[in-house]
Design a protein around this ligand. Structure first.
Ligand SMILES: NC(=O)c1ccc[n+]([C@@H]2O[C@H](COP(=O)([O-])OP(=O)(O)OC[C@H]3O[C@@H](n4cnc5c(N)ncnc54)[C@H](OP(=O)(O)O)[C@@H]3O)[C@@H](O)[C@H]2O)c1
Length: 231
């Protein structure tokens, strides 16, 4: 939908949140031991970087920083083509991250933390949250005031589940790779949400579209009822 970021910003004074996730055929974004690299293929990863190029910030959870050590930069030549790496936001409600964990990010980062922060670096902007009552509406309004108008949410499971439960994810890009991880103990993107009470409460993505990246399939659409923004 054209102008989705604009509508969200104008009507809610919050950044537009687009969640991108890569999963196996059986719906896992990582193994039980948190390993998650190489689930999706290179063309799908290239598309994920195109998304990064169009968002003000990337948001990930603290466990993802510790397990994956992601660079969260823009690659695949997008920088050469005039795009910039987005700002990095890390959701760390248990305040587990240290200065050492943030060394990889040369530009400043914003970190959403609970009590007892161990961070002392001066170029880290901290937004405080209550570990027992995370209030995404308030966090997003604070980010909006810091000129973050659009966010690409890249995991992990707890961060996605927490925002989804509070109805703060606007759009979803779900990339399925035809590989089976098996078992039931891997990490699933929405596993920490409350299940719908009955099937008649299910609502499909709106304006959904599909795309193939060789053998990977993208399903993309809106979670929010975007028609509300037009009324
Ligand atoms: N395939 C993909 O697209 C993709 C993308 C990103 C990440 N991943 C994978 O996702 C995994 C990480 O996901 P994750 O869900 O463990 O963590 P996460 O979302 O990256 O981080 C969430 C943070 O919130 C904390 N937390 C957990 N439950 C909480 C609660 N009830 N109240 C307050 N804070 C809470 C976590 O604590 P703890 O540190 O104690 O857990 C962690 O520090 C990694 O394996 C990563 O590789 C996959």
């Amino acid at each position: 939908m054209a102008n989705d970021v604009f509508f969200k910003n104008q009507l809610e004074n919050k950044p537009f949140v687009h969640c991108k996730v890569g999963v196996s055929l059986d719906g896992f974004m990582a193994l039980e031991n948190y390993e998650s690299k190489y689930i999706t293929n290179t063309p799908a990863q290239k598309y994920a970087h195109l998304l990064r190029a169009h968002y003000d910030a990337i948001l990930v959870g603290a466990r993802t920083i510790i397990e994956d050590r992601p660079k969260l930069t823009l690659r695949f030549n997008y920088i050469k083509n005039g795009y910039q790496s987005p700002h990095v936001i890390i959701f760390d409600p248990k305040s587990i991250l240290t200065d050492q964990d943030l060394r990889a990010f040369s530009a400043g980062v914003t970190i959403i933390q609970g009590k007892n922060s161990q961070i002392t670096c001066s170029d880290v902007d901290i937004i405080h949250t209550n570990y027992h009552a995370i209030d995404w509406d308030n966090i997003l309004k604070q980010l909006f005031k810091k000129n973050i108008y659009s966010i690409l949410l890249e995991g992990g499971c707890y961060t996605i589940s927490s925002m989804y439960s509070q109805k703060e994810i606007d759009k979803l890009s779900y990339i399925i790779s035809p590989k089976i991880i098996g078992g039931s103990l891997g990490v699933q993107p929405f596993s920490k949400t409350n299940p719908v009470p009955s099937l008649d409460k299910l609502s499909p993505l709106q304006h959904s579209k599909f795309r193939k990246f060789q053998d990977n399939i993208l399903i993309e659409g809106y979670i929010k009822d975007v028609n509300l923004w037009k009324t």
